[in-house]
Ligand binder design. Structure first.
Ligand SMILES: Nc1ncnc2c1ncn2[C@@H]1O[C@H](COP(=O)(O)OP(=O)(O)OP(=O)(O)O)[C@@H](O)[C@H]1O
Ligand SMILES: [Mg+2]
Length: 281
């Protein structure tokens, strides 16, 4: 397709090409600010996430971590600043211009601080609702239930079953997630992120509510997912053992502002971080 037509098409789906990110960077926050009335929840925050890394965002309660995630996924439209992203095709564009429901199409998937699953559906169907967004057959095929659609459905089901098996969840596939142990529900949310061939998985406190053994297992799992699904992981977490153990880069914020960014060792030594987050020496 001619470049001009591609540009018109991209603009139609809210994809505005912008200054290219360095090749190794998948996501960039550039002077991001989010205000709620008089409250500045995210204050002039800038950092880069590299493709393939496990990146951790830490900070005390109310520091603005979830708000950062909501600004990336466009659940909130940032007050100012840019969120730039390098998509499947290597082209950099502004996420600010993308609608919240289109974020998934660009390979960005997230989990929520409080588990959000559809209780009325089985575990398998919770995964399939994500998968159906990728169906290539149109409305016509859906109405008539054409063989093409049935083939796609079968493929999605196979994929969901593979993912459930990968995460050791096969035994729960036909039951509702309601009432399952919290650790299992969190894993189901994680499984759901894998249905869309994600380039970037955003996890908001994946270890919250898990015991030590479960947290250790989760750390290994996050590593395994990054390697096996060739994805980038950006997580918010209060469990310092998990953050320092699996992240290659850690960013610390307080009152929406950057305190420090670096390797886990650098962040553990950072005086500002120690004072604001770890409670001094
Ligand atoms: N929709 C909103 N309207 C008004 N204020 C909000 C909204 N969302 C978040 N805030 C405020 O923004 C600040 C940052 O909240 P946020 O949830 O991002 O913090 P957090 O770092 O994720 O905290 P926690 O560790 O407790 O999850 C808080 O003061 C919060 O009350
Ligand atoms: Mg939060």
């Amino acid at each position: 397709m001619a470049k001009k037509s591609v540009n018109v098409l991209n603009k139609f789906v809210g994809k505005h090409e912008t200054t290219a990110l360095p090749e190794e960077v998948i996501l960039s926050l550039d002077h991001l600010t989010m205000r709620f009335g008089g409250l500045v929840a995210v204050n002039d925050l800038s950092f880069n996430v590299k493709r393939g890394e496990i990146f951790g965002l830490i900070g005390p309660n109310g520091a603005g971590k979830t708000t950062v995630f909501n600004c990336i996924t466009q659940f909130y439209k940032p007050t100012s600043g840019e969120v730039r992203y390098r998509g499947h095709d290597g082209v950099t564009f502004r996420l600010n211009d993308v609608k919240v429901h289109d974020i998934i199409k660009h390979g960005i998937m997230r989990t929520f601080q409080n588990v959000e699953l559809v209780w009325e559906l089985s575990v398998l169907d919770n995964l399939l609702v994500v998968g159906t967004r990728y169906f290539k057959s149109g409305l016509f095929a859906h109405f008539l239930h054409l063989p093409k659609l049935r083939k796609e459905e079968a493929k999605m089901r196979q994929k969901a079953e593979y993912i459930l098996n990968y995460l050791g969840l096969s035994m729960y596939k036909d039951v509702s997630p309601y009432g399952l142990p919290y650790g299992i529900m969190k894993k189901i949310e994680l499984a759901r992120t894998l249905m869309s061939d994600p380039e970037l998985i955003i996890l908001d406190e994946p270890a919250a509510g898990l015991n030590d053994a479960e947290t250790e297992e989760l750390a290994k799992l996050i590593h395994r997912i990054r390697d096996d699904f060739h994805t980038t992981i950006f997580l918010v977490e209060h469990d310092m053992g998990l953050v320092m153990g699996i992240c290659s880069t850690v960013c610390a914020i307080s009152f929406g502002k950057l305190l420090g960014i670096g390797t886990p060792a650098e962040i553990q030594k950072n005086a500002l971080v120690k004072e604001a987050y770890l409670g001094g020496d």
